[in-house]
Design a protein around this ligand. Structure first.
Ligand code: PMP
Length: 399
């Protein structure tokens, strides 16, 4: 029957479309530097050894498959909050937190909560540029999405003045979305001194800070350091929401593990917020999946496994930093006379090269190197086997 004949075709997701094109490509030297998941030095997906150990333990313990509570696994959420906010934080009295469907689900829950209880007349400001899904998520929540200046492409650096001006110009009580660390796509974070100014401005404007923490530990290799921006905001009593993802730092991408938390004044507020978050979750997906959160909990509750985990996470961050250095060097060796120093100054999974759309397209069409057209390259898609090929190609299209 033809009742759906008027359903239009939705635009394809830019990033998932590139992955499909890469898969279909038959070029022997094809490279995927669009990928947003860690690869080892042979270009293969990677499961952290502590994650495997935790899985064996769960099997041995005959873990059951019962439903989790609506708000998720309480022990997991507690560990996750300590991981995010630090040992000192009074989680019991000041943090309303629920398990979420990874970082994406956390942004969605936070956006819905804000639309309902802060009011959709308060716009949410996201950095320009930002992770593309932010805009779609917050629009879907019914929030007005605006942009603040973040990155100066002409200088390949943070546009700090522009950022402050836009946050200042936003009407009081706006929501300011901030990437906790390893900004995606630019790899460019404010310094701690700059964070202090940002937080103080947010406070003076009575804004709400919504931190998206998708890379804690994955940026510097140190999960304490990567949490310092939002921990500082908490210390200054700025109202914050935190979307936390365990996709990258624990390599649990497809397991969909995360949390949404809201720092609040007292335990009465906390319990009310929890009840409202449950009311948002129940009709959406009833309760979150349990395997991934069981893994994270198993690791974080065992001091020995936790220590091992920290080392493994640091190793991933170190490999990425090494590839940055190697890419900068390989570009020089290829003969490029451009200043590529921003590649090693940037941090996290991605490098924002400054290449324009035409250059990116040429990389794909002539060299079968697949990337997004904003010039962002995934550092984890690079390895010792493809580095020279990619550097030579980048030199060719930017010469
Ligand atoms: N926020 C940012 C900034 C991201 O880069 C990502 C992952 N690409 C996410 C959130 C969410 O990812 P996930 O839902 O897999 O945790």
């Amino acid at each position: 029957t033809g009742i759906w004949q008027n359903v239009p075709e939705a635009p394809p997701d830019a990033i998932l479309g590139i992955a499909a094109a890469y898969k279909a490509c038959e070029h022997p030297q094809k490279v995927n530097i669009c990928v947003g998941a860690y690869r080892d030095d042979n270009g293969n997906p990677y499961v952290l050894p502590t994650v495997r150990k935790a899985e064996y333990r769960l099997l041995e313990q005959n873990e059951v498959k019962e439903y989790l509570p609506i708000e998720g696994d309480r022990d997991f959420v507690y560990c996750a909050m300590k991981f995010a906010y630090g040992r000192e934080m009074d989680i019991e009295n000041h943090v309303a937190a629920v398990q979420s469907l990874s970082g994406t689900g956390a942004c969605m829950l936070g956006g819905q909560f804000l639309a309902q209880f802060w009011g959709s007349d308060h716009p949410i400001y996201v950095p320009n540029p930002t992770w593309g899904n932010h805009i779609k998520i917050f629009k879907q929540c019914g929030l007005k999405v605006r942009k603040y200046r973040y990155y100066d492409r002409s200088k390949n650096a943070l546009d700090f003045e522009g950022m402050l001006k836009d946050i200042k110009r936003a009407k009081d009580g706006s929501i300011i979305l901030l990437h906790a660390c390893a900004h995606n796509p630019t790899g460019c974070d404010p310094t701690m001194e700059q964070w202090k100014e940002i937080v103080s401005l947010i406070s003076s404007k009575s804004h709400i800070a919504f931190f998206d923490s998708a890379y804690q530990g994955f940026a510097t290799g140190n999960s304490e350091k990567d949490a310092q921006a939002f921990r500082y905001a908490v210390s200054q009593h700025v109202p914050i929401l935190l979307a936390q993802s365990f996709a990258k730092n624990f390599g649990l991408y497809g397991e969909r593990v995360g949390t949404l938390s809201i720092v609040c004044g007292d335990v009465v507020q906390k319990e009310r917020i929890m009840s409202e978050l449950r009311s948002i979750i129940r009709p959406l997906y009833s309760s979150p999946p349990r395997h991934g959160s069981s893994i994270v909990k198993t690791i974080l509750m065992d001091p020995a496994l936790k220590e091992e985990y920290y080392q493994e996470c640091a190793k991933m961050a170190i490999r990425i930093k090494k590839m940055r250095k190697k890419l900068e060097e390989a570009l020089q060796v290829a003969g490029s006379i451009h200043d590529w120093s921003h590649i090693t100054k940037q941090i996290g999974m991605f490098a924002y090269t400054g290449m324009d759309e035409a250059m990116c397209k040429q990389l794909t069409e002539e060299f079968s190197i697949f990337l997004t057209t904003n010039g962002r390259i995934s550092m984890v898609g690079l390895n010792n086997s493809n580095l020279t090929y990619v550097a030579n190609a980048i030199h060719t299209v930017t010469a």
